[in-house]
Design a protein. Structure first.
Length: 512
């Protein structure tokens, strides 16, 4: 298990490493940077030695929490989970707002059978990363293994609210509905997953299985299995798909009794080792869900489509009248073109996505997020405002408008959007907290800040930020600035704030 994907959760720590690389380093920073580079290259013992040296040297301006998170990753890689757990727990204590060690501790707890502790870790990580989905997805897998269907559904629903177009989450929801024989919503989730990513192999396979095994509709199952095999020609899933196709071709009675496994969603997002949980239609196999499967047996992920392929897919979807799916594929094409250095394809795909928005709130929202990623807040704000106007009770749209408006110092717009977001989802703390911070840190409106902090304390007293809120209230009432690091600085660079907003979206992270 030490060779899993736990290191993919190290985005923040690696970013810190890169900051040191271009400036004059002290010995502590140098040891830290070299230790993280060794971790990335797979030299785990060397990484441990260098990171321990960095922690021992100490000093100012050193991300101590990131050092211990890196140590935890290295220990995990060499098969020392308890040492890794100790490092993650220390990292979390050093920086209570650092989500990575909390999540990684949850992974180790889950792998070692301490599921109650794992659940607590993932719930806390989900609060620390209010736009991310990985903690909620792993949480749903734990509940799934224990047949706690309602809890699993709740976790996946929250994940879907944060990333409504993520095919991995939609496919996981479909598998859950299949487990409790809710066929119609399962099919709907799989079809929606393919609307957003026509080449998402697990959704293709599972929809083929549903048609073949449950609906007995081999005329629909056959092309789906063939599409899957074009994407994933090797592996256990490919073998099962090929066998079913042979059975269908032979028109044998065995086709109705064939029980191919259901392929779990392929986790290609920047997460730590969220291990796939296989779902089968065989009752004996269901008893094995408590143990993690052998990763080598899981079907491999298909190669990512090129920007040109995504562009062609988008045009086909547009011709079919499936505008939202077309826009999603245009934006996927633009992002991939940006990654591989094809600006002409990127700009063409972005123009096509802009053209299709019309009066579709979801389309404007997705295009707005894209322009935000590109660092063009004017374009982003225009689309996000349109999304919020078209769907006036949409929390995520109002919250995104507020984030961009703060970047542009349009504080009136931010205030209005945050109030609307809070009204639409009074059970979610992010908008109310940001409103308090805006009054306090950006606008200097003391009375409004105190009132909003008090309201936050009343509604979300168990939230990790309530302690900071109480300290700020005390300081504002007494006219004293507390020695407390704010969770959301009044003025950070635009790129950092956009990174916060888009943490739930797929990013290319270094392989460790």
């Amino acid at each position: 298990m030490a060779g899993g994907k736990l290191g993919r959760g190290l985005t923040i720590a690696l970013c810190a490493t890169l900051l040191f690389a271009g400036c004059r380093e002290n010995p502590t920073q140098k040891a830290y940077r070299q230790g993280m580079q060794a971790l990335k290259r797979g030299h785990y013992n060397q990484s441990i030695r260098l990171l321990q040296k960095s922690a021992k040297l100490g000093g100012t301006n050193v991300p101590v929490a990131a050092i211990y998170n890196g140590l935890g990753l290295a220990y995990y890689r060499i098969g020392q989970p308890e040492n890794a757990l100790g490092a993650f727990e220390l990292s979390a204590r050093l920086d209570p707002k650092f989500v990575e060690p909390v999540y990684n501790a949850g992974v180790i707890m889950a792998e070692s059978g301490r599921e109650a502790q794992a659940v607590a870790c993932f719930e806390k990580a989900a609060q620390l990363d209010p736009s991310g989905t990985r903690s909620l997805e792993y949480l749903s897998r734990i509940f799934y293994r224990n047949q706690r269907w309602d809890n699993a559904r709740k976790a996946l629903n929250e994940a879907r609210q944060r990333a409504p177009r993520e095919p991995r989450i939609l496919t996981a929801m479909a598998l859950l509905e299949l487990q409790v024989t809710n066929m119609v919503p399962a099919i709907s989730c799989l079809q929606e997953a393919l609307e957003h990513d026509a080449g998402y192999a697990p959704a293709l396979y599972n929809l083929a299985v549903v048609n073949h095994l449950w609906l007995k509709n081999d005329s629909q199952a056959t092309p789906l299995f063939k599409d899957y095999l074009r994407l994933v020609p090797k592996g256990e899933g490919a073998e099962k798909a090929s066998q079913v196709l042979r059975d269908i071709n032979k028109l044998s009675s065995a086709a109705a009794e064939e029980n191919p496994i259901v392929v779990p969603p392929v986790t290609n997002a920047p997460v730590s080792p969220v291990l796939p949980v296989p779902v089968t239609t065989d009752k004996a196999e269901k008893q094995k869900l408590a143990s993690a499967p052998d990763l080598a047996k899981a079907p491999t992920a298909p190669a990512a489509p090129s920007c040109d392929e995504l562009l062609r897919t988008a045009r086909i979807l547009e011709q079919q009248g499936r505008r939202e799916a077309a826009i999603n594929n245009y934006l996927l094409s633009a992002r991939e073109a940006e990654r591989v250095g094809k600006p002409s394809v990127r700009d063409q795909a972005a123009r096509e996505a802009n053209r299709l928005c019309a009066q579709n709130a979801r389309a404007h929202y997705e295009v707005g997020l894209y322009w935000g990623e590109r660092g063009q807040p004017d374009e982003a704000l225009a689309h996000l405002k349109q999304a919020a106007e078209l769907s006036n009770t949409w929390y995520e749209a109002h919250f995104a408008v507020a984030r961009v408006a703060v970047d542009k110092n349009e504080f009136d717009t931010a205030l209005i959007s945050l109030k609307k977001a809070d009204q639409s989802r009074p059970d979610r703390p992010e908008a109310l907290w940001m409103l308090a911070q805006l009054y306090d840190r950006n606008l200097g409106l003391t009375n409004q800040a105190i009132q909003t902090y008090e309201l936050f304390e009343q509604r979300f007293g168990g939230d990790g930020r309530s302690k900071e809120g109480r300290a700020r209230m005390k300081a504002l009432k007494g006219g004293i600035e507390p020695n407390l690091r704010p969770s959301a600085p009044a003025k950070t660079d635009t790129q950092t704030r956009w990174r916060w907003l888009f943490k739930s979206r797929p990013q290319k992270n270094p392989e460790n």
